[in-house]
Design a binder for this molecule. Sequence first.
Ligand code: SAM
Length: 217
Amino acid sequence: MSVEGMLEEGAAGFGVSLSREDTGKFVRYLEILKAWNRCINLTALKDDGEIAVSHFLDSLSAAKFVRGAGSLLDIGSGAGFPGIPLKIAMPELEVTLVESAHKKTAFMNEVIRELGLTGIRAVWGRAEDESNGVPRGAFPRVISRAVSGVKEVLALSEPYLGPGGSIILMRGRRGEEEWEQAGADVHARYRLVEKMRFTLPYGGQTRVIFALEPTPR
Ligand code: SAM
């Protein structure tokens, strides 16, 4: 099956409808990713299908957690995951990507420019840096995929949450174990609103997504 076919069919499995224009943007994203990956380390994956499944479709798996939210902060986006794929699929979502590695931020800005995406920006900085220019207390959803430990990434995420907002953690197959090991303080501080354990299509790996809300202090 073509990459476009995999993306269209795979995304539909996550309740996401991709137009031909959308899949074209993913194909262009893939080309830019492979070109930049020759010079900077953005992904260990080389095969187009693997990138489409393990990066693009995996990013889209979080669609139901952010749909209709209005705006989204993606912490530690790396090569743009999950924020850029979610933006392609949901153009109405305002997306901020914060990433501490300068070259990865430059890459994301290149993708945003090349794909003609609007209402999305990539910020170079550390999430914990007070002067990174990203507003605190302002986002209905704060998401991260494969960023540090559960306890650490929750501490990075919480200051950015707006009232009633939720934190979306995208983890690998050991996600539940990581949540258990985060400890009693974390479990008392955050309410587990939803957990989704699933296997990526086309022989992909198992993943777990958590939606968490801070409990009132
Ligand atoms: N989310 C991307 C993905 O799923 O492919 C990248 C995951 S990578 C394992 C973690 C990323 O988080 C790296 O690009 C790293 O530079 C970035 N990062 C780590 N700590 C950070 C922090 N405190 N603030 C912003 N970015 C951070």
